[in-house]
Structures are given as C-alpha cells and as structure tokens.
Design a protein around this ligand. Structure first.
Ligand code: ASP
Length: 425
C-alpha cells in the first residue's frame, strides 16, 4: 500500500514550513482542493489527489534545501544513552520530532478506526502507574492494542511490591522478563530514568513527578501544528501563553522545551509568583531566539496569544506551601476568552481540568467554543503514542503495508459535539 496522500501532504507542509494557504498557492491549487485531499479517506468530501499533483509535490520537496538529504537521513529515532527509551523531550531535534509526526500521521486511519494493523501482535506492554492517571494510562494501552499488542497494568504503590520495599532496579528488571515495553509514571523526578537504566526493553516516561511528560508535549505540539496549518499559522514566531502551575506542571516543562526547538517564539508565562516556571527551564528556552515574559496578570498575559495553554494546580506536589496568589482570577472562562482572545486562538489543557466549584481552572462554559482544542488534543494522543511505540520497537516501516480495513462500524464523530469541527481536518 502506498503512503497515504494525507501523510505525504502534511509532511510536505511541515518540511516546507508552510500553512495550507501558502502550500496550496505553491503547488497551484485552490485551498478548497487541498482541504479535500487532506480529509480522512471515507469522509464524504474527501478527494483523491491527482497523480500529477503528487509528482509535483515530490519534485518541490527534492528541490527544497536539504531535500534529498532529508528524505534519506531523517528517520524517526528515539534514543536515550544510546538505547531505545523516551525519557525527556531533550532527546529530540526539530527534524526528529517532525519525522515522528510523519509516523503519527500514518497512524491516523488506525486511530480513526478505519484501518487495523497487527504489527505488534504477540508483544506485551507493561503499564506501571504509581500515580493517578486516566488519559495517559488508557491511551498508551489503547495505542499498543491498536498496533496489535496486549497490555498488563499495575496501578498505585499499594498493590505493587514497592509497598514491600522493592527497589526500582528490581521492579524494572522483573517486569522486563514479562513485557516488551514499559510505560512508567512515578511521583519522583528522575525515577523513570532509573527504571530505564535497569532494563534493555524500551521505557517511556509517562510523568516523573514535577519533571517531564514527554509524550504529552509531543501530542501537544502535534496538535498545535495541525491546528495552525489549517488556520494559516506556523509554529515559528507564534505567541504561546502558558497559565497556572508552571512550577510543578511537568507538561509545561516538556512543552516549553520542545517548542523552543522552533524559531522566534514569544512565551508569556502567567502564574502567581509562588508557581513560576523553574529557572532551569527558563535558561533552556533562553538559549534560542525567543522572547520570555512572566506575569501574574492573566488578562494581560492572554492578550495576543496564538495558543493559551492552561494547567491544573498540582496540589499533590504541595507539602506545606500555601498557594498564595492563586485567586479566582486565574479561571479561564468564556467571558475572559471572548474579551481578550482572537477568533482563532487555540485553548489547550493537558487535562484533567478541575471542574469542581471554586476551582481556578479551565471552565466548562467553553465546551461549545470551537477554539477549545482539548478533545482534539486527547484524540491526537493515540496516533502520537502509536508512533512512539512503533519507533521504539522498530516497526514503523511495516505499519503502512500491514493495514487492513476495520470490520466493525464506528460513529462518524466520537463525541456528541464533534460535528462542530466538521471539515477542519
Ligand atoms: N495529566 C497531566 C499530568 O499527568 C496534567 C495534570 O495532571 O495536571 O501531568
């Protein structure tokens, strides 16, 4: 089976760093035609790209700076200390992130339940979660299953032998005898690297305390790129406002570092003084040509942002510190968004959002606002995590050829409000 046209086109736009409008212009077709070529197969308005257009795209890419070299050299690779592990976004360059996204694009028909694959048939994933999780645990599990593998789970310390004093080394080594990959969430920063050093099977950091959450940052960046390409923006030069608990929020630590691989961004970091972004992360971002502003004024901080990335206060990481300054003014709701954000500002959140009364988090009154990208983010978690597994286990080149049609019927939209976004793919 040939590489899907959607994958080819998205990869071309990423490599040329073009929005859909600019790319349509470059290849001499209307934006509308390009949109129909990008729609998932099977959607009523999707169209096949004419062969001649495909050849022209390939030619443009070859002539692009480093075109040929790129095609041969940039393989998706994920390595930590020379071995297949995903522990930190520091492992990526811009090229290798984009190569991973090309693999994620190829996974879309499977994530959308149009196709199936069995490339990981027989493989077993151990999901070890020593902290609360819904999305990360279930989506890593679902991603592995959609590649044809099976999943074993353990949750919490209480039901694991760590409650009996077992070390990380022993746990990791033992599980390595049972499984082919390990996804680990643990409350201590650096702990997942310890799991990785005790095994030769791939380990993925699903959150190490306030440290990092690399797969979340990858799916966040993937979401930003896809949404931007549709609305005429590119990541270079974007204005990103990060809001909330920037001190303990591992998702913003990873995302800020990953975004800093791009050029000329403006980061507005909005938090109370007590919850500011750690200096180590600020120093790392500052190595690029980026502007960083810090404020505790939410309204002023959101002004002009292309992306508002809200976070939950990480209460589980507070000892006796008070959350000084985290007032109800920190709630991002419809009234605030309407008054300070633009018509195509993306509103993102790694979730969960605290929906209890009095919580200063992302409000639910935004649920019907198409700028709210939170469920597009969670949906993107599947193709991105499938891509991570495929690359770590070395099957990424087999997926395309192994796809078969799915036999069951699934709804056109998985969420009741998803039709609002019809045609945006
Ligand atoms: N789910 C994300 C994490 O595990 C965000 C959060 O919990 O607030 O870091």
């Amino acid at each position: 089976m040939a590489v899907q046209q959607q994958t080819v086109l998205r990869d071309a736009m990423r490599r040329l760093n073009m929005t859909r409008d600019t790319f349509a212009n470059r290849i001499g077709v209307s934006r509308r035609a390009l949109d129909t070529w990008l729609l998932p197969d099977g959607s009523p308005e999707s169209r096949t790209m004419p062969e001649i257009a495909g050849r022209y795209v390939a030619e443009i890419l070859e002539r692009a700076p480093n075109g040929e070299e790129y095609t041969q050299r940039v393989q998706a690779s994920i390595a930590f200390e020379g071995r297949s592990h995903l522990l930190s976004v520091d492992q990526f360059s811009r090229d290798s992130v984009e190569a991973l996204f090309r693999v994620a694009d190829a996974m879309q028909p499977i994530a959308r339940r149009q196709k199936i694959t069995r490339v990981l048939e027989g493989a077993v994933l151990a999901n070890l979660f020593f902290e609360a999780s819904t999305r990360t645990r279930v989506s890593f599990g679902a991603a592995f299953c959609r590649l044809g593998g099976s999943v074993c789970d353990t949750t919490g310390f209480t039901f694991s032998s760590m409650a009996k004093g077992e070390s990380i080394y022993d746990t990791s080594r033992v599980i390595s005898g049972y499984a082919d990959a390990l996804v680990v969430r643990h409350p201590e920063q650096g702990s997942v690297a310890e799991f990785a050093r005790a095994t030769n099977i791939p380990v993925i950091n699903a959150g190490d305390g306030p440290g990092e959450h690399p797969s979340q940052a990858l799916l966040d960046l993937y979401t930003i790129q896809r949404e931007f390409s549709r609305i005429g923006k590119i990541v270079d030069g974007a204005h990103i406002a990060m809001v909330g608990d920037l001190k303990y929020g591992r998702t913003v630590h990873s995302l800020a570092k990953l975004l800093s691989l791009y050029r000329g961004l403006k980061f507005t970091l909005v938090s109370p003084r007590s919850l500011e972004m750690p200096d180590t992360i600020l120093e790392q971002i500052a190595r690029g040509d980026h502007v960083i502003e810090q404020t505790s004024d939410l309204r002023a901080g959101l002004e002009g942002a292309d992306v508002v990335y809200a976070t939950r206060i990480q209460k589980e990481r507070f000892a006796d510190e008070s959350i000084e300054g985290y007032t109800p003014d920190f709630q991002i709701n419809q009234a605030l968004v309407n008054s300070v954000c633009g018509p195509d500002t993306l509103i993102m959140h790694p979730l969960p959002r605290d929906g209890r009364p009095g919580a200063n988090d992302l409000a639910t009154d935004l649920n019907h606002d198409s700028r709210l990208a939170i469920f597009r983010q969670t949906d993107n978690g599947i193709p991105v995590r499938m891509a991570i597994f495929a690359v770590l286990l070395g099957v990424e080149h087999q997926v395309q050829h192994s796809m078969r049609d799915a036999a069951w019927r699934s709804p056109a939209y998985v969420g009741p409000d998803d039709a609002v976004f019809h045609g945006i793919d």
